[in-house]
Design a protein around this ligand. Structure first.
Ligand code: SAH
Ligand code: SF4
Ligand code: F3S
Length: 486
């Protein structure tokens, strides 16, 4: 499996290594104080850290990559699996020594763990000064100021309206070519294994005009690819009536009907044919043919869909409360192949060893993988999360060694499928967008094709942000290699 955090590709959390996170870069705009943020979890969280940096910048903070220079340290945390939370706990004890040397430093825990644990975090982790949930970031400057005066603070209020639509994110760790745009927040699905509805609150969609404006600004600043983010992008829905009435008067002429995800995709695709558009995550119950047809109409909408299945067995899917079954899922894959063809990339998330899963049901996941032929997957074993429906209703009864063995079988299957799918690209000519130099060598550039596969080419005279036509010459399970064609 590729290192999912260093190449943040999808809404796909930690897992690969014990210490996967992103930190802030050095920024020097003359502000008096320094902020260091470490971000864990999914793309939404990374995108949120950019909003946090923007709010803090307005209040006198430049970001730093050096934790020792920081006046404020934020950990933007993830609760999706137990291991994700444990990683953060370990980091907090690591910061203990630093705080002893520099007691005036403020330490904040943000994000999903803050929301899940609330004041328990202040009790359990003595070095923490502020605890702030995902919908309360506008309150950060106040809470940090109070902490500087020695007062601990917490705000885990979950909002039904907050989308941070008016905040222009500070692009952290940016390659200057690709950027995330959050289009919605929260999740109204109740997958029984999942903590996100509890940590992120109700689903709400962001004003489409602010999304298009952000895409236009990114394009004007030289960006060539945006990824529209949401836990379930296909249920994006914005109407002037349902949303902020105050904005209705201003926007009435512009948007009088409901904007769904297919419309939004089209609006963003029209910003420029040179701006690639991606999105994540699609829920199998909601992805429509209208979205697939919109993807087909625009060359700049990338032909790649992250469509997490979780399990290939209908009984387990029902226990997971995913609200689709194996047949429904396979029908959606058939629609993708019919409308967008064999070349459209499809990836998935898989959970091994969910409550009561039998060997036969596990094999249904393997057989579904064979049918779909995923390009890649993010694969996990089930980790019970307190408060979720599964934790309340079912027994986490699959022994850890069985979960791990099933996961290993899923990973082995995916590695073989990835190689098989990549081999199909050999000899083809594809357009890639250059994102920078390859990790291995300065003499090579790294780009991505429409299907979201990493393609390595000799550097030549190309630079990041260029679209280059390449012929695929070789591949591994994780990477394609190509040469430039004129
Ligand atoms: N909104 C996305 C998923 C977000 S969480 C969707 O519906 O597809 C990312 C992935 O983490 C999930 O797809 C799932 O595979 C995994 N995951 C979530 N909760 C988990 C748990 N309790 N144990 C193991 N994996 C989990
Ligand atoms: Fe979790 Fe399901 Fe919502 Fe995805 S759709 S965030 S898995 S509850
Ligand atoms: Fe994302 Fe983790 Fe929260 S996956 S939404 S940061 S629980």
């Amino acid at each position: 499996m590729e290192n999912i955090i260093k190449d943040i590709d999808l809404i796909a959390p930690e897992e690969a290594q014990a210490c996967d996170y992103k930190t802030t870069q050095d920024e020097n705009t003359g502000k008096s104080k320094k902020l260091y943020i470490e971000s864990y979890g999914c793309q939404m969280n990374f995108s949120d850290s950019e909003i946090v940096a923007s709010i803090m910048k307005e209040n006198g903070f430049d970001t730093t990559s050096d934790v020792e220079k920081a006046d404020v340290i934020f950990l933007n945390t993830c609760s999706i699996r137990e291991k994700a939370e444990q990683t953060v706990r370990n980091r907090l004890s690591h910061f203990n020594a630093l705080k002893r040397q520099k007691p005036e430093m403020t330490i904040g825990v943000l994000g999903c763990m803050a929301e899940r644990l609330k004041d328990k975090l202040l009790e359990e982790e003595k070095i923490v000064d502020v605890v702030v949930g995902p919908d309360a970031y506008r309150d950060l400057p106040n809470l940090v100021a109070a902490a500087e005066d020695g007062e601990k603070g917490i705000n885990t209020f979950l909002s039904r309206e907050e989308t941070y639509a008016d905040i222009s994110p500070v692009r952290l760790n940016s390659n200057g070519v690709t950027a995330f745009i959050s289009i919605m927040r929260g999740c109204d699905n109740m997958c029984s294994f999942c903590v996100v509805p509890f940590t992120r609150g109700r689903e709400r969609s962001r004003d489409p005009h602010s999304i298009v404006k952000e895409a236009q600004e990114l394009f004007a600043a030289g960006y060539r690819e945006v990824t529209l983010l949401g836990q379930n992008v296909d249920s994006y829905k914005w109407s002037p009536e349902e949303n902020n009435k105050a904005r209705l008067n201003k926007k009435e002429d512009e948007v009088s009907t409901v904007v769904n995800f297919a419309h939004l995709l089209e609006m963003v695709a029209q910003v420029s044919p040179l701006l690639r558009v991606r999105f994540s995550t699609s829920h199998p119950k909601d992805i429509t043919d209208e979205v697939l047809h919109t993807m087909k109409r625009y060359d700049n909408i990338c032909k790649y869909i992250h469509l997490p299945v979780q399990s290939g067995n209908s009984r387990i899917l029902e226990l997971m409360n995913r609200t689709y079954d194996r047949e429904w899922y396979l029908d959606r894959v058939r629609a993708i192949r019919e409308i967008l063809g064999e070349e459209c990339g499809i990836s998935s998330d898989m959970i091994a060893g969910f409550c009561t899963e039998t060997e036969e049901e596990h094999r249904d996941t393997l057989s579904l993988m064979d049918i779909v032929q995923y390009d890649f997957s993010y694969m996990f074993f089930y980790s019970e999360r307190p408060g979720t429906l599964a934790a309340k209703k079912f027994v986490d009864d699959i022994p850890l060694d069985v979960k791990k063995r099933r996961l290993a079988e899923i990973i082995e299957k995916q590695t073989a499928l990835s190689l098989q799918r990549n081999k199909l690209d050999a000899g083809k000519v594809q357009e890639i967008l250059i994102e920078g130099t390859s990790k291995r060598s300065e003499a090579q550039l790294k780009g991505r094709n429409s299907a979201n596969k990493v393609v390595i080419i000799p550097a030549g005279k190309h630079k990041k942000g260029d679209y280059v036509r390449v012929k695929i010459t070789d591949c591994s399970a994780a990477t394609l290699f190509g040469e430039v064609v004129s």
